[in-house]
Design a protein around this ligand. Sequence first.
Ligand SMILES: [Zn+2]
Length: 238
Amino acid sequence: MPTSIENLAALDQTDRDLLISQQTLKNLDKEIAVARMPLSACETSLQEKQTEYDEVSSKEREANLKLSEIEAFIEKLESQVPLIRTQKEFVASKKQLEDARKRKGMLEEEIVEYMDKQTEYQTQLKELQTQLATESEAFEQNIENLLKEKETTTNKLEELKNNHKELISQLDSKINQFYKRSKERGIDPAICSVVNKACSGCNTVLPPQLVNEMIAKPSQHRNCPFCFRIIYYLPESE
Ligand SMILES: [Zn+2]
């Protein structure tokens, strides 16, 4: 059975609606991404602060390990003092002990600094977490309508896709082939109505004779002589 003009018109309309819905979805995703920016910025700050905190914590652990080592070393040196027999040995031991105690003092100062930094970062982390919760709540509120719109558009898109499939299955094989090839070449829509004596695909005014023929036989579709799309004439398109 040859494809009816009504089928072509319905397919044309569905193609256009599909493009609109897909564009709407893209725009909604962009809007959601923009709305999320303050929240994303807050998440980044929080991550960065957490990294700083982890770094200083790791330095503090390292310094504590070194402190334990130096304390053990000092203890060992001190235990050896009663065994010292010569003046030379005594001087050497005294020097070692002095150096070790100096090193110990420096490490203890370092550790206090690291601990101060940890406390400072913990406060900042808490502030950022509170800020994140606020931003998160604001984001949820801001996108409530966007998400609803997205859901509606997604459902509509599904419906359109089903209609589209149905309409494609009703095309005769020649038009079906043409339609598939056009889509592959990115010609979308591939089927267009004649509007104001012009092809609505490429917007070129059609030769008057072709228009007259199409008006006389509105049940026959033709090809646009300029863009080769399938064109059809519906009196209500005029
Ligand atoms: Zn055209």
